[in-house]
Design a protein around this ligand. Structure first.
Ligand code: SAM
Length: 242
């Protein structure tokens, strides 16, 4: 039997499951993020904005933007001309829309329901595409990388903030213990859905390390790929240039 388009490889997330998880946890997502990362996620997003190297006339697409925390950091710190904040779960975007309503800066912020595997915009439309903690949940990363490469202008950048692999083994062991115990407990207490948080953790543990992810971006056609480890490599920001 021929595989369906974007059919996940064994052990990879399914679209239905990911949609179900995020539409359910949307109201509690921000609180969970702040508690589980002890607020460090704000620093990670700030560094991501710096690495995006935005200009006043930049056109930005934020994929899997969820409740809009990276979108709002890009607007506040990077001040590009326009950001399109997108996600395929409308409940997550709705929280972002409420945050943007209080924004008084010059960046034009717009919202759209978009599947990161099938981006409905013309070739060479954006200077920068960003994604924070979204690539890990895609059933077909290569498809996303090709789509982003297509919609970026020549010289444009794909900036990917994602959980990664701490290089120092003792620290990695400690971090994995935290992932296996504290995160499902905290997620379960906040949302009543411990199983979803268990699943999200598994997706962190199965995600490729820094070098492998850079290889995948190269394979999709990006000319140059660099990465920056943050907080001992708990997360990394990959910057792929078209
Ligand atoms: C962990 S959240 C990250 C949200 C936000 N970027 C942040 O930094 O907090 C992952 C988001 O990816 C979205 N997502 C997963 N697969 C997607 C896809 N194929 N297309 C668009 N959004 C997707 C989910 O709906 C969810 O909002």
């Amino acid at each position: 039997m021929a595989p369906r388009a974007h059919e996940p490889a064994p052990g990879r997330p399914t679209t239905d499951r990911v949609k179900h998880i995020f539409s359910t946890i949307a109201p509690e997502y921000d609180r969970f993020n702040q508690l589980s990362s002890l607020g460090i996620d704000r620093y990670w997003r700030a560094r991501t904005v710096t690495l995006a190297r935005l200009r006043r006339n930049s056109q930005v697409l934020d994929l899997a933007a969820g409740t809009g925390d990276l979108t709002m950091a890009l607007a506040a710190r990077g001040r590009p001309a326009r950001i399109l904040s997108t996600d395929f779960v409308p409940e997550m975007l709705e929280v972002g829309r409420e945050k943007a309503a209080a924004y008084e800066g010059e960046t034009k912020i717009e919202f759209a329901v978009v599947d990161a595997l099938d981006i409905p915009y013309a070739d060479e439309s954006f200077d920068v595409v960003t994604v924070a903690f979204g690539v890990r949940n895609l059933p077909d990363r290569a498809q996303n990388f090709r789509e982003v490469h297509r919609v970026l202008k020549p010289g444009g950048r794909y900036v990917v903030l994602e959980f990664s692999r701490p290089p120092f083994p003792p620290f990695r062991a400690l971090y994995h213990f935290y992932l296996r115990t504290v995160i499902p407990f905290l997620g379960g207490r906040l949302t009543g859905d411990r199983e979803s948080f268990q699943y999200l953790n598994d997706s962190i543990l199965q995600f490729p390390g820094q070098v492998a992810l850079a290889g995948e971006l190269h394979k999709a056609g990006f000319a140059e790929v660099n990465w920056h480890n943050l907080t001992f490599g708990i997360v990394a920001v990959h910057v792929a240039t078209k």
